[in-house]
Design a protein around this ligand. Sequence first.
Ligand SMILES: Nc1ncnc2c1ncn2[C@@H]1O[C@H](COP(=O)(O)OP(=O)(O)O)[C@@H](O)[C@H]1O
Ligand SMILES: [Mg+2]
Length: 240
Amino acid sequence: MDPDPWQDDVLSSGHPRILLNCHRQSGKSTVAGVAATHKATYFPKSLTILGSPSQRQSSEIFRKVMATYKSMGGTNEGHDDNNFAFDPLSEAITETALTLELENGSRIVSLPGKGDTVRGYSAVNLLIVDEASGVEDQFMTAVRPMLAVSAGAIMALSTPKGKRGWWYEAWANGKGWKKVKVTADQCSRITREFLEEELLNLGPRMYAQEYMGEFVELVDQVFTSESIAKAFDTEVAPLW
Ligand SMILES: Nc1ncnc2c1ncn2[C@@H]1O[C@H](COP(=O)(O)OP(=O)(O)O)[C@@H](O)[C@H]1O
Ligand SMILES: [Mg+2]
């Protein structure tokens, strides 16, 4: 696979805080899968966590990790003679996590990014959050201290989902992030005809969200984000 220019940029930047606001089918999970495999392979004893709104979605990105890993010559059938001495010792499936453990002591763990499922792990070297706009703030609160200890990196990828939640806040107001936005008209694998059809099917609002990286009001939102923001008054001192 030849990476698209933005994928190349993300993989070679080495930036510790990356936000990817990229359209459906852009290849963001693919690039995150490559980043996870790279970390595990070249940084012995490292811990990479894959989080997303559900275990099903985290397993999806885990599959991309396995595909990259196998394409590099990795195998789960004993040792092979190439230079990659990182055959997985175990590929364990439990109720809440799916783990790839390599011979060099590195682990890649996929978890549902809910509540504090991540508690119990320590010193995370790379946190990948897929479909990040749907991941609970509480998960991020639980995982942040584990990144501090190990100077771990975060890569958070998503399409937008309204002006709310930690991922929106990071994208709109966060400092210190490398922010990468990719819209569908930039992708050579998607035709203009397909996009025109999607615009008709989804309507302009959902199309802008799914393919153009825009933070539109949610369909089921009673008040606009703007009117909610206006309802807050910074002049009033908190009671305690
Ligand atoms: N650079 C690339 N070259 C060719 N195919 C790619 C590339 N990046 C991604 N793909 C393919 O595009 C499809 C969508 O990729 P995926 O990572 O699932 O997108 P996303 O997570 O952004 O929805 C997959 O079939 C993937 O293999
Ligand atoms: Mg994806």
